[in-house]
Design a protein around this ligand. Structure first.
Ligand SMILES: Nc1ncnc2c1ncn2[C@@H]1O[C@H](COP(=O)(O)OP(=O)(O)OP(=O)(O)O)[C@@H](O)[C@H]1O
Length: 597
């Protein structure tokens, strides 16, 4: 949704204020940076006065002792400036690192808590940019730009006072440049605010293309789309360069005027001040000191100018980061939620209808059923008929739109999410493994599992023999997303991983689709034994009728409705749709293996 510019600006300001408030966690470090900054300004302000003293009382009066004294004090002032400068930047950096660290942890833990529906709609690359480059922008703002702006304001005020005390006429000449410079800078900032936001968005879009490409690189190669992908990336890259060039142009349209103004002021001070020195109303030492102050007083406006784009970018970044931090977690514990401890095996769907967030039609329509203890339920149906969606509602990956899902009579919404999900073992349709060893992947949900426990579940998943034949056995490293393993091997590791959990309800969502029929049948036999003494209810979503024949009951789904249920034999007699599916699968089998016919 596109925000109104004023609303966007307000929200950027509010987000920046939140960043500033988050500094309170590092109040002592921030205070240390501020004190160092004030001491640095003081040392800066004293230095020209030491020059004045050395010139007027030393050089002009030919007093070597004062020259040497002033030189010694100048050395001390230089050391002090070095120390306070270091202190100020070190402490500001430390505070900024702290703020970035907290934000990174906050956004990461929020991403862990956000519901499936959020992740369905959010682009992974957008989230990645927020965690990396947006937080880095905020860190630069806190560590550099903020201290630059505060330092500039302190310097501007204190040096103005010193100049007015030294020579009010020259001071007025100098200070007329300050509002002019301020106006130029303000025009620059307000005129280019959107531009800085654009740069950040372009970078995000570029990352999105890169991320998508990395995930789908095999498909790109298989379809020989490298050059199309290259042009897509190049055109986004061009967009980023164009946006960046626009900011550089904006800088070049403003900054030469600022430098010209500074030079004009220096010339005016030289001319008018020189005349005053000749007239005996101003000493040479004072003119030199005044000239040194000019650099100090004109610099802050430039520094604010340089900090401004970074501040505008950081404001846009802060807004984007807080957007995720504040995102609503749709599925969470209800007040008074109780832990899910024992399972009697009665899972009830009561007139359940479900529509995916943002979808126009219902995926499930009035689905009702109840399981009995220790039942093995197979869910069958055409692709897209809503089988996985039914499974997603039991662990509350999504909440029903209408009706209720109950376990032993209690609405699943009345259980704490953590307890509910940790007692439901689920093997997803799509297998995701993590980079690490096979053992670590199997023990993902139970890292302290013994090797014997890992071997036991690997045997059930018909994976043990394969693993032991690998040179490193269970310690074999699998790449990102399980690279190095076949689809069926990955699925079997995923089954083993789930079997190691403390499940009461087991859901296998088409989890043997990539495994050959013989091995799938072996897994099924092993699971049948296991299910009856560990799981209170088991759901097996499957495409092949051969895998579901032994189920206690088969649920047949069609276009979001539960159209029939019963045993294999019952469905063969009563359900025309079941007959059609069975017939098509038998025909397929005969085609593939004519000898079986
Ligand atoms: N996250 C989602 N957001 C929006 N719509 C979705 C989402 N997931 C699934 N759908 C839609 O819901 C319908 C049912 O999907 P579901 O995955 O439950 O079907 P399925 O029976 O398990 O299919 P398959 O056998 O192909 O896995 C489909 O039309 C699908 O497009």
């Amino acid at each position: 949704m596109v925000q109104q510019p004023e609303l966007q600006e307000n929200s950027s300001i509010r987000s920046t204020q939140r960043v500033l408030r988050s500094l309170s966690t590092y109040r002592w470090t921030s205070l240390g940076a501020l004190v160092s900054l004030l001491l640095l300004t003081l040392a800066n302000a004293l230095t020209p006065q030491l020059f004045r003293w050395g010139i007027d009382e030393g050089i002009t009066q030919k007093n070597l002792q004062i020259v040497l004294h002033s030189a010694a004090w100048l050395v001390l002032a230089a050391i002090a400036r070095g120390v306070f400068n270091f202190g100020q930047s070190y402490l500001a950096e430390a505070a900024s690192q702290g703020v970035a660290y907290d934000l990174r942890n906050k956004i990461f833990s929020k991403i862990q808590n956000l519901s499936f529906s959020y992740h369905d709609q959010a682009q992974t690359s957008q989230l990645l940019t927020r965690v990396t480059s947006d937080i880095e922008q905020i860190r630069t703002f806190v560590g550099t730009s903020l201290i630059q702006v505060v330092g500039s304001i302190v310097t501007l005020v204190s040096i103005s006072v010193v100049l007015l005390v030294m020579n009010w006429q020259l001071a007025l000449i100098t200070l007329t440049a300050v509002p002019l410079e301020g106006w130029l800078m303000a025009r620059f900032i307000t005129g280019n605010n959107n531009l800085f936001r654009q740069v950040q968005e372009q970078l995000s879009d570029l990352n999105a293309v890169l991320q998508e490409n990395l995930l789908g690189i095999r498909v790109v190669k298989a379809f020989v789309r490298e050059s199309t992908e290259r042009s897509r990336y190049t055109s986004m890259n061009d967009g980023l360069v164009r946006a960046n060039m626009k900011t550089i142009n904006a800088i070049h349209n403003t900054f030469p005027f600022l430098f010209l103004l500074s030079n004009l002021v220096t010339l005016a001070v030289f001319a008018y001040g020189g005349a005053q020195v000749i007239g005996g109303r101003f000493s040479i030492g004072e003119l030199v000191a005044f000239n040194s102050y000019l650099a100090l007083i004109l610099q802050p406006i430039l520094l604010i100018g340089f900090a401004a784009p970074a501040i505008a970018q950081a404001a846009a970044s802060a807004e984007r980061v807080y957007e995720v931090v504040d995102a609503e977690v749709e599925i969470r514990d209800r007040p008074g939620a109780v832990p899910f401890t024992t399972c009697g095996g009665r899972i009830t769907f009561e007139n359940v209808s479900f529509r995916y967030p943002g979808a126009t039609s219902e995926t499930l329509k009035q689905v009702s059923f109840e399981t009995k203890p220790n039942e093995l339920i197979a869910v069958l149906g055409m692709t897209g008929s809503g089988k996985s969606t039914i499974m997603n509602l039991i662990p509350r990956f999504y909440d029903v739109t209408k009706g209720a899902v109950r376990i032993d009579g209690r609405d699943v919404k009345s259980f704490t999410l953590k307890s509910l999900r940790s007692r439901i073992g689920i093997v997803f349709q799509e297998t995701t493994l993590f980079s690490g060893t096979i053992r670590e992947n199997i023990a993902y949900a139970k890292p302290d599992a013994t090797l014997e426990e890992v071997i036991e579940v690997a045997k059930t998943a018909q994976m043990h023999d394969f693993i032991t034949e690998l040179p490193d056995g269970y310690e074999t490293i699998v790449g990102e997303r399980g690279v190095g393993l076949s689809g069926g091997q990955k699925q079997r590791i995923a089954i083993a991983r789930t079997l190691l959990t403390d499940y009461s309800i087991l859901i296998l969502d088409d989890s043997t689709s990539a495994v050959d029929a013989k091995t799938a049948a072996q897994i099924q036999t092993e699971l049948d034994n296991l299910m009856h003494h560990k799981a209170c209810t088991t759901f097996v979503v499957a495409q092949r009728i051969s895998t579901v024949k032994n189920a206690d009951r088969i649920f047949l789904m069609d276009k979001g409705r539960l159209v029939a249920q019963g045993t294999h034999e019952e469905l063969m007699q009563n359900s025309p749709l079941y007959g059609v599916i069975l017939e098509s699968q038998v025909k397929q089998k005969e085609k593939n293996d004519p000898q079986l016919a």
